[in-house]
Design a protein around this ligand. Sequence first.
Ligand code: C5P
Length: 227
Amino acid sequence: MNKITIAIDGFSSTGKSTIAKLLAKSLNYIYVDTGAMYRAVTYFALENNFISDKFFNEEELIARLGDIRITFKFNEILGFAEVYLNGKNIEGDIRTLKVSKFVSPVATLSEVRRKLVEQQQLMGKDKGVVMDGRDIGTVVFPDAELKIFMTASAETRAKRRYKELLERGHNLSYEDVLENVTTRDHIDSTREDSPLVKAEDAIAIDNSNLTISEQLDRLIGLANKII
Ligand code: C5P
């Protein structure tokens, strides 16, 4: 069967990764969560005190990029690949509001983007991949056979993320989550290098009122037309 590249881009908390994981599973494709890679770099920056509420030592982070090794390892129990930083599983550490707060400034740095995009292109070079992020259809795989651009209202997205964080035991307010989602969207859409935009040939899907299985059926249908 013809293997293709599927790019799923969109705003924060549109449920891209949930649907991308399920789509990859049903097609027997590899799933790559590129947001986890930007979060891993941010986690490294926080651990090394390169970034805080008061400062961002961009030069130090850029100088240390060579010390960052990001890998993914499939977890049979969870059914998806977890992210590792220099051999340490950081899957649980990168989904906090703290990392979410600093990830978009880190992702504006061209040096960071170059390093991660190169690795993403290598991971997807043999096709048979579902990759989700912000610049997959525009920069990482501009020739992807299927490009999806996910949208949903900011409130819908913040509610979903809030519920998810509460379920994981985080103690925070809905307002904090909404603020984080809208701030990240703004930084991601207005940055100079690889801003979040819909690729011209991407299919836009507003999933505010769609169930996960409705979204999955739609995507499988689109993929099957090409495969
Ligand atoms: O997808 P997720 O919300 O985990 O992504 C976290 C952040 O990483 C985004 O808000 C964005 O700043 C950055 N990102 C990016 N390009 C990607 C994926 C994520 O700039 N391809």
